[in-house]
Design a protein around this ligand. Structure first.
Ligand SMILES: *Cc1c(COP(=O)(O)O)cnc(C)c1O
Length: 394
């Protein structure tokens, strides 16, 4: 077991902790001081030297961002593209695949709305069929059902590791074991898992993975990254190219970059990119195992407290749970609960049906309240939330 985290130091290094009870880490976590300093420091450098000149001065730092991400997820630096969001990362991989009528895409009940919208667009354009893998009796992706559906017509398995709307952790490594054996590309949406639990692409066996900066990694908004394995890169033609992703080699020819940066654009927010690298280093400094242990324990405590409240139902399902806690209050719309909590200085958010129809639809849930903890949260934060819902002190 990892050594417990120094929560007092984590809070000292998180300026927002002095102002809010922040239980919206699955929306955007509070940035730590080193991330703030890195972003602002680079903006100041740009103002002083000029933007291009500042990029040259910070070239080593920018290179280090790829090394940091590679260390975080267990790949090599050239298998990483840094982009502006998890959605853009995911889209660049997905739209690089070619589908034909008769092809099938297998996805999870937990899948994020933007991913499903892209599947449906591809289905309209190409005739590819989209199938949703059943959940098992625990409420996680059924590995048996996936195995049953996998055959030579499956062109892609795309699943969400940790959904936006629940505390579930899907069995990604078991999916990877099956897709590897079947030789089918596996795209993992790790947007909510990266930063709160260990995510290693070798252990999981995914070929492509997307993640964001601002959620559990505590990086700046407007950052994300894509991992694409060397095994697949040559088969993937980015949906758009520019002079960074490719080189104009002759009057009528161009050459696409050999590495994952073929999915990037030339122009980028350097300050945010450096901030993302700093956030990754900062998370690695705490240790991802230690982060997971604290986040999981705090979330379990919150579920236990919520379950004691009359009229409150915890909605998380799954064999393995994480730092996202979802619940409903009888007779009170989720948006009103969120509003009431916000008036008490407690930040949470709402996941609505339109974010996750394949999951919330069959469960007849129009929306759930989402309280997502991070390692800098405390038992007092949890008490602040339950007190705002009318609970007596623990
Ligand atoms: C937030 C989220 C995304 C989208 O991330 P962006 O950085 O906003 O594009 C994708 N998938 C899941 C599961 C998410 O929770």
């Amino acid at each position: 077991m990892p050594a417990p985290l120094d929560v007092a130091r984590a809070r000292q290094e998180t300026p927002g902790c002095a102002h809010v009870v922040h239980l919206n880490n699955a929306g955007a976590a509070l940035a730590p001081t080193p991330v703030l300093d890195a972003v602002i420091g680079h903006l100041r450098l740009e103002a002083r030297l000029g933007g291009y000149e500042a990029a040259v001065a910070a070239a080593a730092k920018v290179d280090a961002v790829y090394e940091s991400i590679a260390r975080l997820i267990g790949c090599r630096p050239h298998e990483v593209a840094v982009v502006e969001s998890a959605t853009r990362a995911w889209d660049m991989a997905f739209y690089a695949l070619r589908f034909r009528p008769g092809d099938r895409i297998l996805t999870s009940r937990a899948e994020y709305a933007s991913n499903v919208i892209a599947f449906l667009q591809a289905a309209r354009r190409t005739g590819v069929r989209v199938e949703v893998i059943d959940d098992d009796e625990h409420g996680q992706l059924s590995v048996k059902d996936l195995e049953r559906r996998l055959d030579e017509h499956v062109r892609l398995v795309a699943v969400t590791h940790v959904p936006t709307q629940s505390g579930l952790v899907n069995p990604a490594a078991e999916v990877g074991r099956l897709t590897r054996a079947a030789g089918v590309p596996f795209l993992l949406d790790a947007c909510q898992s990266v930063g709160q639990l260990p995510v290693d692409v070798r252990e999981i066996g995914c070929d492509m993975l997307s993640a964001t900066g601002r959620k559990f990694l505590r990086g700046p908004r407007g950052t994300g990254f894509l991992y694409v394995s060397d095994r697949l890169i040559e088969q993937l033609e980015p949906p758009f190219l520019d002079l960074h992703a490719a080189t104009w080699t002759d009057a009528r020819t161009y050459e696409v970059r050999p590495d994952a940066r073929r999915f990037e654009a030339w122009e980028t927010n350097y300050a945010a990119k450096i901030g993302l690298g700093t956030a990754v280093d900062y998370a690695l400094g705490w240790g991802i195992e230690a982060i997971e242990e604290r986040v999981t324990a705090l979330a379990a405590r919150l579920r236990q407290r919520l379950a004691q409240l009359p009229g409150v139902t915890v909605q998380d399902r799954g064999r393995r749970l994480c730092g996202i806690v979802t619940f409903t209050v009888d007779g009170v719309p989720a948006a009103d609960v969120r509003h009431r909590l916000s008036e008490s200085g407690v930040n949470t958010s709402v996941s609505a049906l339109t974010s996750a129809r394949y999951d919330l639809g069959p469960r007849n849930l129009p929306a759930v309240v989402r309280a997502s903890v991070h390692y800098y949260n405390t038992e007092e934060d949890i008490e602040a939330l339950t007190a705002a819902l009318g609970a007596p002190p623990a």
